[in-house]
Design a protein around this ligand. Structure first.
Ligand code: GCO
Length: 459
């Protein structure tokens, strides 16, 4: 079968402008493996996935990230493969316990050196490194002291970010402080579905505030050390709709929006916390001390918007006005996560960030879909005909183009993910990659979507 055609409803990559950033994204725990090699400390995801006796299963398939894609040992060939897709940017994250096994203090040179080599190999393959400081793998020793619920984390985190900036800042100019605070705070401390598996209303509220302080403290730590740094952070944005114009529903939507987006975006934009936004946001505010509001103003150069699904807000009076967010049943195709192919949602997600008028630049730092892709052994070589993903990509890129045409400052698009990897509590089942990974042999095959992306970028 020949390569898929690069046409995009009449759009070409060049229509996005010469300086538009095209990239792919990954995260340390999801791809690296080597969970206890070369002096790495334990992370909360190591603990979470290794826990065998528990009231509820942690990872539904019983799998872990001990080996994952084995990127730790295969980074050279993987980055060559990535560069071969024609993308100009590699968004990756650093494992905090690989660099600081005790969370603070002693630096593990072998771990830091690994990331230095990743940066070099990224550059050598024609890509710019886009570094995320934290994509969920907290050192276990820090969780033992409360993790994100302990205000001391502002100091621990600043120290860690400083170590990264000192060592990598000569070559890394694009920095993201966090990946999706909503997911790791609510997933890890409120619902217990992700590491560290805690269910605590007050703990989650405290964690939100400490994360917001760390956003700005991390940004300062980078700016103090790295010349010409572009510093931002990333958020998952699920645009919210209601099915009714009734007051109760509109209020549910407003509160859900504040809890999902406002409580994270607004303090870092220098706006403080959303007011009258329900009991949870009020609980977050109880953690504020004098001077915090100014300290949280991060002055970010950009916000990374990550989009997977649009939601419907439904009022649940029994939860004290806490609104429930439900995935919106709208779109043409549904992936392994239950997410719909709903490109309008990406346009709306960009607008959720843009409406504040405070993000100088917006990058779509994640967007993607998971399908049960299979390798076909064909005469010309192994292939994966993931036409549903190509359709997804085309439609979502068209939505980005529309946002740009409407004047929104979107300057880049990163597909999640470069290759199939460990999808957290869902194990290895959901396949998001442009590159297929056989988790038994660890063999890689570029999918048709990866071939299509390359053709699109080259056209
Ligand atoms: C997230 C993370 C990624 C996921 C991706 C697919 O959004 O949860 O940033 O680590 O793998 O989003 O669910």
């Amino acid at each position: 079968m020949s390569d898929p055609t690069p046409d995009l409803y009449g759009l070409a990559a060049s229509d996005f402008g010469d300086d538009f950033v095209w990239g792919v994204a990954t995260a340390s725990y999801q791809i690296e493996g080597a969970w206890d090699e070369d002096g790495k400390g334990r992370s909360i995801w190591d603990t979470f996935t290794h826990r065998t006796r528990r009231p509820v299963p942690t990872v539904i398939t019983g799998e872990d990230g001990d080996v994952a894609c084995d990127f730790y040992h295969r980074y050279e060939s993987d980055l060559e493969l990535m560069g071969g897709l024609g993308v100009g940017a590699n968004r990756f994250s650093v494992s905090w316990p690989r660099v600081l096994p005790e969370g603070t203090g002693r630096v593990n040179e072998a771990g830091l050196d690994f990331y230095s080599r990743v940066v070099d190999a990224t550059l050598a393959n024609g890509m710019e490194p886009w570094l995320t400081c934290y994509h969920w793998d907290l050192p276990q020793v820090l969780q033992d002291r409360g993790g994100w619920t302990n205000r001391d984390i502002v100091g621990w985190f600043s120290e860690y970010v400083g170590v990264l900036a000192d060592r990598l800042g000569d070559r890394v100019k694009r920095w993201m402080i966090f990946n999706e605070p909503l997911s790791f705070v609510y997933g890890g401390y409120l619902l217990g579905a992700h590491a560290p598996g805690v269910l605590s209303y007050k703990g989650a509220a405290a964690a939100v505030h400490h994360v917001n302080l760390c956003q700005a403290a991390g940004a300062r730590a980078i700016r103090a050390r790295v010349t010409e740094a572009e510093v931002g952070t990333t958020h998952v944005i699920s645009p919210l709709h209601t099915s009714s114009p009734m007051h109760l529903f509109r209020e549910a939507r407003r509160k859900a929006d504040a809890m999902a987006h406002g409580v994270f975006l607004e303090p870092n934009f220098g706006l403080g916390y959303p007011q009258d936004a329900g009991p949870f946001v009020a609980q977050v505010e109880r953690n504020v001390r004098p001077g915090d509001e100014e300290a949280m103003d991060a002055g970010f150069d950009f916000i990374g918007a990550q989009y997977y699904a649009a939601m419907r807000a439904v009022p649940v009076p029994v939860l004290g006005g806490l609104p429930l967010r439900l995935p919106l049943a709208k779109g043409t195709d549904r992936d392994q996560m239950g997410h719909w192919n709903n490109p309008q949602g990406l346009y709306d997600a960009i607008e959720v960030v843009h409406r504040y008028g405070r993000a100088p630049r917006i990058y779509v730092t994640e967007n993607g879909a998971s399908f049960p892709d299979v390798v076909e052994h064909e005469a010309g070589g192994d292939r994966v005909h993931d036409l549903r993903r190509i359709d997804y990509l085309r439609k979502h890129l068209a939505a980005v183009a529309r946002a740009r045409a409407d004047g929104m400052p979107v300057h880049g698009y990163f597909y999640w993910s470069f290759m199939d990897n460990f999808e957290w509590a869902l194990g290895y089942r959901p396949r998001f990659g442009l590159v297929h990974v056989d988790f038994t042999t660890l063999e890689r095959v570029v999918k048709d979507s990866g071939r299509w992306f390359r053709a699109f970028l080259e056209a």
